[in-house]
Design a protein around this ligand. Sequence first.
Ligand code: ADP
Ligand code: ASP
Ligand code: MG
Length: 817
Amino acid sequence: MKVLKFGGTSVGSAKNILKVITIIKNISQDSDVVVVVSAVGGITDKLLNAANKAVIKDRSYKELFKQIQLIHLDIIEDLIPSEIKSAEVKKMINKRLDTLEKLLEGIYLINELSPKTTDKLLSNGEQMSSFIISEAMKLHGINAELKNSQELVVTDTNYTNATVNFNATNKNIKQYFETHNNSVTLLPGFISKSENGEITTLGRGGSDYTAAIIASALDAKELQIWTDVSGMFTTNPKLVKQAKPISHISYQEAVELSHFGAKVLYPPTVQPVLDKKIPIVIKNTLKPDDFGTYITNSYSNGTTSAVKGISNINDIALLTLQGNGMVGIPGFSKRLFETLSQEKINVILITQASSEHSICIGIQESDAETARAAVNKTFENEISLHKIDPINIEKGLAIVAVVGDRMKNHQGISGRMFSTLGKNNVNIRAIAQGASERNISTVISKKDVKKALNVLHERFFETKTKQLNLFITGVGNVGERLVEQIKQQKKYIKERLKLNLRVVGLSNSRKMILDDDAIDLKNWKALLENGEAASIEGFFEGAKNMNLRNSVFVDVTANHDVANSYANYLRESIGVIACNKIACSSDFDNYNLLKRLSVKYNAPFLFETNVGAGLPVIDTLNHLVASGDEIHSIQAVLSGSLNFVFNNFDNSKKFHDVVKLAQNEGYTEPDPRIDLSGVDVARKILILARESGTEMNLEDITNQSFLSVSGLASNSVDEFYKTLLEDDAHYQSLYNSAAKNNYQLKYVAEFNDGKAKVGIKEIPEGHPFYNLEGKDNIVMFYTKRYPEQPMIIKGAGAGAEVTASGLFADIIRIANS
Ligand code: ADP
Ligand code: ASP
Ligand code: MG
C-alpha cells in the first residue's frame, strides 16, 4: 500500500488533474493506493482573503467568491467532456458554492470571523477538489472510493491548527480500511473534525500531514508527496535559481528544513512516518520521471557535504527582554515562555547570552503586538521597579538557517556562514545553534533574504562558480567596447575562471535599464533604447534595491556627478570600478574617504584605467607597495596626445598645424588646451603619487608649462589656435634646442621623494623615453628593490579597445578577490 498526496498545483487545472490520474493509474498497477488531495491551487488563500474582506465590510469579497466559483466550474468543464455528467458534477459543486457564499455573507453581516468559522469555510476547498477529482477518476476507469477524511481524522478544537488525537484517528483509519478494500481510495487532505463533530483543520499545508497520518496508521510502504517541484531543494528554488533537488535526506534534516521554511513539506508530516520508518518521497507531478527526494532514516547515502540545505522564514519579529534585574534570578524565562504559550504564540528561535542580561526570542511578526502586551503585563511589576526594561520588539526580520546532520562532524561551518554573510554586507541580528548541531540559524533583515540565500548557496553548494553583477554606466565609445568584450568572453570566463559575469544594469546619459535576471547582451542596445529615462540617483537606487551579491558599479563616463555617487555605492557594499579620473584626482579628503569606505564596507574600489588605459600601472604599483617595496621615484610619459604632437613636430611644420592634425585625428580632447596644458598628465601622476602612499593634491604638483604666455592666457579654443600661430617662433625654439643635440621632446611626469612635477623635457638618445611611438605610454618605477634599473611598463596608453580591456581586468581582479 502506498499513500500519494497531490498538492494544490498538481490539482490546479484540468490538465494537471489528468496528469495526476495517469500517475495514479501507473502506481495502482502494482500496489493499492490511498490518494490525498489538496484544494485546487490558490483556493485556500482566496477563501481566506474573501473572509478577511467580508469581515471588514469590504464588498469586494464577492469578486473573490466569483473567482473561486469560476475556477471550479472551468475545471469541471475541461475535465468532464460529457455534458450530462458535467452538469451533474456542477450541480453538486454549485450546492457547496451556495453554502460557501452564505457563509461569507454571514461573516459580512455579523462582522465577525472566528477560527471556528474559518475552518468551516476553508474545508470547502478540499471538499470540492476531492469530489471533482473522484468523478474524473471514474471517467478514466479508476474505480476510486471517495472517503471524507473528516470521518477519520479526529482532533481537539484548536481551530485552524488542530492537534490530532492519534488513538481515535488510527482506530478509525484501520477500521475503515479493514472493511473497505478498494484498490484506490481518495480523500481530501487538511480537514478533520473534533470529538464533538465540529469542523477543524490541521494548519496551512496540512494535506501533507493527513497523508502521513494515514500512511502511518496503515503501515504503508511509502508516502509520496507529489508537488510542483522535483523534490526538496538545497534552498527555495523560487529565490535561488541554482538550487538543486537533494536526492537523499534524513528525516531529521527534512524536519529542520521544513521547520525553517521549506514549504514543500509541512513540518509535522515527518513524525507519524518516522516512528515506522516509512520512506517519504517527494515527486514532481509535472515531471514525474525526475528522481525527486528520498527522505529516510539513514543520513549519509555516500554524500560528504555537511550542509544539506538552507532555508528561510520571513516575517519574523525579534522580542528582547533585558534588564539588570534578570541576572542570576531564576524564573524569568519560565514566566516569559508561559506567557507566550498562554497566548498561543509559537516560539521559533531562542538565544540567551551567558550573562543572562537579556533573552531574545524569534516569533511570527503577526504575533508581535499580542506578545508585547502580554509580556509587558506579566512583568508589569519588574518594569515599574526598573528591574527590567519594557519589552523591545524589532520587526521586518527573517530567519535563514543552514541544516545538515553531518555539520556536527565538521568544523568551521558557522564561521563560513557568518563570514559569507558579513562579506556581503548582511547584518546578523541574532544567532542560534541547536545542541544537535543540525541547524545554525541567523536572524537578518527581511530585505536581505534573497541575497543571503544566494550567497550561502554559492558558498556551500556552488564552490565552483561565482556570480558577479555589473551595473555599467556610460556606454559610449569605451563602455560599448566593454559590453561587447563581456559578451564575447562570457562563456570562456564561465568555463575557465568559474565566473558568471552578469550585466544587470546599463545606462547612458539618456536611458537606463535594470534587470535582476541579467540583460541579454545579444540585444543590449535595443533594450537600452527602450529603457526608462536615465538618472544617476535612479540607477543607484535600482542597484541598492536589487541587493544582489558581488555587485559592482562601473563608471565609464567623465561625469562629475557620477563620480560623486561612488560613496553611495561603497556604503551599500557595491564595488566601484572607475574609468572616470575625477574622483581619484579630486581633493585628497574625498579620495581618502572612498578608500576608507572601500575597506569598511568590504567593497573593492579600482581605477586601473585612470593611468595608462589598459596598462597594469596601478596594479603593479599596488603590488610593489603591498609587498614592502618603497617607491623612490616614478618617471613617466602619460599622454598619448602630447606624444603624438611632439612625435610629428619638426621645423618643417608649424606647431599650430600639428596640434590641428592631432585634434582632427581624435588624439586630443575637443578643447586641446586640456591636453596641452598638462592638467591631464598632472592628474595621472597625482593618482600614482597617492597610490604610492603620499598625501597630495593637484595644487601641489609643479606644472612647468611649455605653452607661450599668451597661449596660457587664451580664453577660447579659437583664440588659443591664434596664439599658436603668433607664437610659432617660441615652439620652434623648443624644437631647435632639442634637435641640435639630437634630443627628442617628451612631456614627462615625475614623482621624486614625495614631490611631483610635469613638463616638457629634452630626452637624449638611448633613454627609454626616446623611441616612444604614437600614443604609447611608459612608466618607470625606481624603488628600493629596483634602484638602478627601473621596472618599466610600456604600451598603448589610449584607445577604446585597450581601455575597455583595462576595465575588464579590474572586473576580473574583483572576482578573484
Ligand atoms: P503543494 O501545493 O504541492 O503542497 P507547496 O506550495 O506547499 O506545494 O510547496 C511547494 C513549494 O515549496 C515549491 O513550489 C517551492 O516554491 C517551495 N519551497 C520552498 N523551499 C523549498 C525547498 N527547499 N525545496 C523545494 N521547494 C521549496
Ligand atoms: N489547502 C491547504 C492549504 O493551502 C492545505 C494544503 O494545501 O496542504 O494550506
Ligand atoms: Mg504544501
